[in-house]
Design a protein around this ligand. Structure first.
Ligand code: 13P
Length: 249
């Protein structure tokens, strides 16, 4: 059985004092869950969040990293740097980074390799645009993104990768994919992984859904066969809402 992961992506929100307050408030509300609770916070909040989340079941992640180990990359942060302060997870290839910061399938692949080398758990985002969906290209787009993201990895490494299927048209729009569509697209990703790495590996890969997940739609999504949790944007900024998503059972 794959465990469920409920991960928040705060994007460019929350000052350190707000992060501390949020974690202090949510920790007692989610302490009894069997699900993995992750908060992916801005770099500036990482250290405060890690300290505040000590002795809780909340794990802390970053929202991006650079693929190189070190060097002349002004403004960037490496996997080793994240690992050194106790970060466990890192989002890689979010559509906002692909769209606004020229993140490519190649850089996504390099970042995943560097994250795994440094024992970070990568949450790798894939998803189609509205135009691609309307042209009936969803499956082709998302399976290609997954194939290129995982290129050159060993089976044992693929098993450690978390995939987040986030249709771009569903992000921040209030439009959620239907539970059937989300499940069938996630299945399609799993089948692609099975084609390349074998069914056994594919069955172990945790695949999340993201895009306007909220307390009112999370339960029905999480009950689907192939949806192993969620990557939550806006609703992860509210203590009560996010705790309800975590405690959906
Ligand atoms: P929303 O939940 O705000 O739609 O954002 C989804 C997302 O981009 C998570 O990474």
């Amino acid at each position: 059985m794959r465990r469920k992961i409920i991960a928040g992506n705060w994007k460019m929100n929350m000052l350190p004092n707000e992060a501390i307050k949020f974690i202090d408030e949510i920790a007692p509300l989610v302490k009894d869950t069997k699900n993995e609770v992750v908060l992916c916070v801005p770099y500036i909040d990482l250290f405060y969040s890690l300290l505040t989340a000590q002795n809780t079941n909340i794990k802390i992640g970053a929202q991006n990293m650079h693929q190189e180990e070190k060097g002349a990359y002004t403004g960037e942060v490496s996997a080793e740097m994240l690992k050194s302060i106790g970060v466990e997870y890192v989002i890689i290839g979010h559509s906002e980074r692909r769209q606004y910061y020229n993140e490519t399938d190649k850089s996504v692949n390099e970042k995943i390799k560097s994250a795994l080398k440094n024992e970070l758990k990568p949450i790798v985002c894939v998803g189609e645009t509205l135009e691609q969906k309307e042209e009936g290209k969803t499956e082709e787009i998302i399976t290609k993104q997954v194939e290129l993201a995982l290129e050159g990895l060993e089976k044992e490494q693929v098993e450690k990768v978390i995939v987040a299927y986030e249709p771009i048209w569903a992000i921040g729009t209030g439009k959620t994919a239907t539970k059937e569509d989300a499940n069938s697209n996630i299945k399609c990703i799993r089948n692609k992984i099975a084609d390349i790495y074998g069914q056994n590996t594919a069955d172990k890969v945790i695949i999340l859904y993201g895009g306007s997940v909220k307390a009112s739609n999370s339960k029905e999504l999480f009950e689907m066969s192939d949806i192993d949790g969620a990557l939550v944007g806006g609703a992860s900024l509210k203590v009560e809402e996010f705790s309800k998503i975590v405690n959906y059972q």
